[in-house]
Design a protein. Structure first.
Length: 136
């Protein structure tokens, strides 16, 4: 049931819980991107950012898509780029496990591909020799 007619508290309310997004969230995200992630682990992740902000990772992804949160969107994209860069460099230097790196880099569009090229002649003649010396 909707709010009673004339309810002044319902005016302008689109429903749902008010957003937690504010200037503090933006500053915390900025600090996380600028090296703050190192106190939580070696690799910046969107999931860890969400934990630090006290929201779900789906909320972070929703905020990233909202036009009025442009700077936040840039920070989240920067975290993804930083993650891919760290993965590439640490795996190339054998500082991190390459199998784990492959798995994580697949989320960034990288893929391990194995190509098999078979160049067979168009026709192949097979001679079958029998023990009696005949050829079929």
């Amino acid at each position: 049931m909707g709010a009673p007619i004339g309810n002044k508290y319902a005016l302008g309310n689109r429903g749902g819980r008010p957003t937690k997004y504010n200037e503090t969230v933006l500053e915390t995200a900025r600090d996380y991107f600028n090296g703050g992630y190192e106190q939580f682990g070696v690799l910046p992740t969107i999931e860890r950012l969400a934990l630090v902000l006290g929201v779900g990772s789906d909320t972070v992804q929703a905020w990233e898509k909202q036009e009025d949160k442009n700077e936040f969107s840039i920070i989240v994209k920067g975290i993804r780029n930083l993650q891919a860069d760290l993965l590439l460099n640490k795996c190339l230097l054998n500082e991190w496990n390459s199998r784990t790196g492959n798995l994580l880099l697949s989320k960034h569009g990288y893929a391990e591909k194995k190509e098999l090229s078979v160049d067979a002649p168009k026709s192949v003649k097979i001679d079958i020799h029998f023990e009696d010396g005949g050829v079929e």
